[in-house]
Design a protein around this ligand. Structure first.
Ligand SMILES: Cc1cc2nc3c(=O)[nH]c(=O)nc-3n(C[C@H](O)[C@H](O)[C@H](O)COP(=O)(O)OP(=O)(O)OC[C@H]3O[C@@H](n4cnc5c(N)ncnc54)[C@H](O)[C@@H]3O)c2cc1C
Length: 448
C-alpha cells in the first residue's frame, strides 16, 4: 500500500503496548510501518526479565504486571490470540494497615471506633465515582467540581485521621503522589473503572502473565512485520500537506504519510513538533503530571506470611503497599512493595539498599531485607513516571489531549478513556490511533 513518495505509510514513535498495538493493527491492514524506539527493548513502562533476587530466580516485572480479566477486553484478546497464560496472585492471609502512624492488625480497615466514619467516607467516594462513566473523556462528563486536590476532597469529608489515611491509598497507589498534589478525579476514575467498587479497587493485584509482559509485546511485535529500530530516539516531527518527516536524535530522517506518537504524555515536550502541539497538549506535557512510583521486588525474611499491607504515604514516608508473591523453599518470601519516591522531598526512601530497607521496616519493623530489584521510572527520560494528573487538567482538556493533529495521531495509556494508565488503556489508545490513521490514509482525494 506504500506510496513511493514516502519511506513508509506510518512511522510509530515508541514501542510500548500502545505503539506496538498501532504497528500491528496498521501492518495487518497492509500498511508499511516503521517503529522507532528510544530504548534497546520493547515494552516501555512494562519490563519483564529473567532475574535473580536473593535466592529467587525467575521472571520479574519491574513495571506494569496485573491484568483484570473480567473487564480488560483488549488485554484478554491479545493474551488469547498469542496463547499466553494468566495466573492468579497469591491469596493474602492478613490485611494489616499502617495509617495515621499507627499499625492496625486488620482485618477491619480502621480501628473499630472509626468504622462509621469509614462507612461515610466510602459512601461519599462511591457516590462521586458513580458520576464517572469510563469510556467518555472526563471533560465531557460535567465533573469539574471533582477536579480539585484529593487532599482537599478528603479534608471536606471531615473524617478521622485513620479513615482519611486509609482513603489516601486510592490516590497514591494509582498516582504515586501525595493527596494534595493530584486531582481527586484520578482516584475516583480509578474506582469507577473498577466497576464502581471500592473493594475491587482495593484488591487490584489480580492476575498476571506467567510468561511475562515481554512475551506478549514480543509476540505482537513479531506479528506486525514492522521495521523496528531500537536505540533510536525521535527528536523532531514535522508535518505539512504532503506528509510527515520524522528526524531522530542522531539526525536520520524518515518520511511517511502519517505518524503515531506513542510516547508517554510527559515526554511529548522533549520532542520538537512543527507545527507545534496544541496549547493543551504542550502545556500538559510541560507540566509533566508525573507519578513518582517505585515498585520493588524483594526477598524478605522474618515477615508475617502473605500480608496485604496498606499504608497512607503521608504518614509512612511515602510507603503505599506491601504484598507477598510467593514463599521461597529456602525460607523467606518474595514480596512486592510500592512507594512514592518523591523527587522534591529529601526524606524520600530512594532506591538504594538502605532506602528500600527503610521502606520495608516502616511497614514491617521485624522484617529483614535480603535482596531487591527496582527501576526508577520517574527519572527515566523515556518514561517520566506514569501520568498523575494535577487538579484542573482532565476536566478541561481530556478530549484534546487524545485528539489527532492532521496526520499525527497520539497513543498512550496516559490519555486513554478506559483504564487510563493501565496496559489496557495503552492497547485501547493504540487501537484507536491505528483506526484514525487508517481512516486518514483511506481518503484518496485529500491524502496521497
Ligand atoms: C511501577 C509500575 C507498575 C505498573 N503496574 C501496572 C499493572 O499492574 N497493570 C497495568 O495494567 N499497568 C500497570 N502499569 C502501567 C503500565 O505499565 C503502562 O500504563 C503502560 O505500559 C503504558 O504503555 P504505553 O505504550 O502508553 O507507554 P510506554 O510503555 O511508556 O511506551 C512508550 C514508549 O515510548 C518510548 N519513547 C519515549 N520517548 C521516545 C522518543 N523520543 N523516541 C522514541 N521512543 C520514545 C519509550 O522508550 C517506550 O518504549 C504500571 C506502571 C509502572 C511504572
Amino acid at each position: 500500500m506504500q506510496n513511493s513518495n514516502y519511506d513508509y505509510d506510518t512511522v510509530v514513535i515508541g514501542g510500548g503496548f500502545a505503539g506496538v498495538r498501532a504497528c500491528r493493527d496498521l501492518s495487518e491492514q497492509g500498511y508499511s510501518v516503521l517503529l522507532l524506539e528510544a530504548r534497546d527493548r520493547l515494552g516501555g513502562r512494562t519490563w519483564s526479565k529473567h532475574s535473580k533476587v536473593g535466592v529467587f530466580e525467575g521472571t520479574v516485572e519491574l513495571g506494569g504486571q496485573w491484568v483484570w480479566p473480567d473487564r480488560q477486553v483488549n488485554m484478554m484478546a491479545e493474551i488469547k490470540r498469542y496463547g499466553l497464560t494468566l495466573t492468579r496472585s497469591a491469596t493474602p492471609e492478613s490485611y494489616p494497615s499502617y495509617v495515621a502512624g499507627v499499625h492496625n492488625p486488620g482485618p477491619l480497615p480502621v480501628p473499630l471506633e472509626d468504622i462509621y466514619d469509614f462507612e461515610r467516607a466510602a459512601f461519599a467516594l462511591l457516590t462521586d465515582a458513580h458520576r464517572i462513566s469510563p469510556g467518555i473523556p472526563l471533560d465531557q462528563q460535567n465533573v469539574g467540581d471533582l477536579d480539585i486536590p484529593y487532599g482537599q476532597y478528603l479534608d471536606a469529608l471531615g473524617v478521622s485521621p485513620a479513615t482519611r489515611g486509609w482513603f489516601t491509598f486510592f490516590g497514591s497507589v494509582f498516582t504515586a503522589r501525595y493527596p494534595e498534589e493530584i486531582s481527586a478525579l484520578g482516584p475516583l476514575t480509578f474506582i469507577a473503572q473498577m466497576e464502581h467498587s471500592l473493594i475491587r479497587a482495593w484488591g487490584i493485584l489480580d492476575e498476571y502473565l506467567v510468561e511475562g509482559t515481554g512475551a506478549l509485546i514480543g509476540a505482537m511485535a513479531s506479528d506486525s512485520h514492522a521495521d523496528i529500530r531500537f536505540e533510536t530516539p525521535v527528536a523532531n516531527v514535522t508535518q505539512n500537506a504532503d506528509g510527515v518527516t520524522v528526524t531522530t536524535a542522531a539526525g536520520n530522517v524518515f518520511t511517511a504519510r502519517t505518524a503515531v506518537v506513542a510516547t508517554p504524555l510527559a515526554t511529548w515536550a522533549d520532542i520538537d513538533f512543527d507545527p507545534p502541539l496544541s496549547e493543551a497538549k504542550s502545556s500538559a506535557s510541560r507540566e509533566r503530571h508525573m507519578a513518582y512510583p517505585v515498585k520493588v521486588l524483594m526477598q524478605v525474611n522474618n515477615a508475617p506470611r502473605f500480608p496485604y499491607l496498606l499504608a497512607d504515604p503521608d504518614n509512612a514516608g511515602g510507603a503505599i503497599l506491601l504484598v507477598a508473591e510467593q514463599e521461597l523453599d529456602q525460607g523467606g518470601q518474595m514480596m512486592t512493595g510500592f512507594y512514592v519516591n518523591h523527587l522534591e522531598r529529601e526524606d524520600s526512601f530512594g532506591t538504594d539498599f538502605a532506602g528500600v530497607e527503610r521502606f520495608l521496616k516502616t511497614l514491617c519493623p521485624e522484617a529483614e531485607l535480603v535482596d531487591f530489584q527496582c527501576h526508577e521510572w520517574a527519572t527515566d527520560p523515556w518514561a517520566r513516571g506514569f501520568v498523575a494528573y494535577k487538579p484542573g487538567r482532565l476536566s478541561k482538556s481530556h478530549t484534546e489531549l487524545a485528539a489527532p493533529q492532521e496526520r499525527v495521531f497520539f497513543a498512550t495509556a496516559d490519555i486513554a478513556t478506559t483504564f487510563m494508565t493501565w496496559m489496557e488503556g495503552a492497547l485501547e489508545s493504540g487501537k484507536k490511533a491505528a483506526v484514525d490513521a487508517h481512516r486518514h490514509m483511506a481518503q484518496p482525494a485529500s491524502n496521497p
